[in-house]
Write a protein that binds this ligand. Structure first.
Ligand code: ZN
Ligand code: ZN
Length: 171
């Protein structure tokens, strides 16, 4: 991703009520070929940039969080423009509210964030041909095997914060 700069990356919805900023590059970019992403996007895959929520800010507007079923069965919250209803990012149960999966297509310059990995290629539409050598897995993967070290360090900070929250809740 370094070839594409470090951010910030601005984006928004189609009616321009919502404008947001990612202050840095994301940790990792998923191109997901699962059937759920195909249905939710109406297309052949979803391109999601994973970034810490505290690295994003709203430049204008606000979002509605729409509770939506997910492949895991635990559900997701999709942030949509309250006016034009375009989906901007999701929160999944695993990482919770601390991480956003930003729809790369809502960025002003989506070309700057190409996929780091293709996932759920077992349900990839056959006409989608991946570039030779592109990292790809049939379903999901282990982060330590694919993420760059700097992103793993950011992930470790998130996991520690999550563990601390859960420990606090258990007391
Ligand atoms: Zn809108
Ligand atoms: Zn998916």
């Amino acid at each position: 991703m370094s070839a594409f700069g470090t951010g910030p990356h601005d984006g928004g919805c189609t009616c321009r009520h919502v404008r947001y900023r990612m202050s840095t590059n994301p940790m990792f970019v998923h191109c997901c070929h699962c059937r759920w992403c195909q249905r939710e996007s109406g297309a052949s895959f979803a391109l999601n940039a994973m970034i810490e929520t505290d690295r994003m800010s709203m430049l204008h507007g606000d979002v509605d969080l729409v509770h939506t079923p997910s492949n895991s069965g635990k559900g997701q919250k999709i942030a949509r423009c309250p006016r034009c209803r375009v989906a901007l990012w999701s929160h999944y149960a695993g990482a919770g509210d601390a991480v956003r999966f930003v729809r790369v297509g809502t960025l002003d310059a989506p070309d700057r964030l190409p996929p780091d990995i293709h996932i759920f290629t077992s349900s990839k539409q056959p006409w989608v041909v991946l570039p030779p050598g592109a990292p790809a897995v049939p379903e999901y993967y282990v982060a330590a095997e694919h993420w760059p070290q700097a992103s793993l360090e950011r992930r470790a900070v998130l996991l520690a914060a999550k563990a601390a929250r859960e420990a606090g809740r258990a007391q």
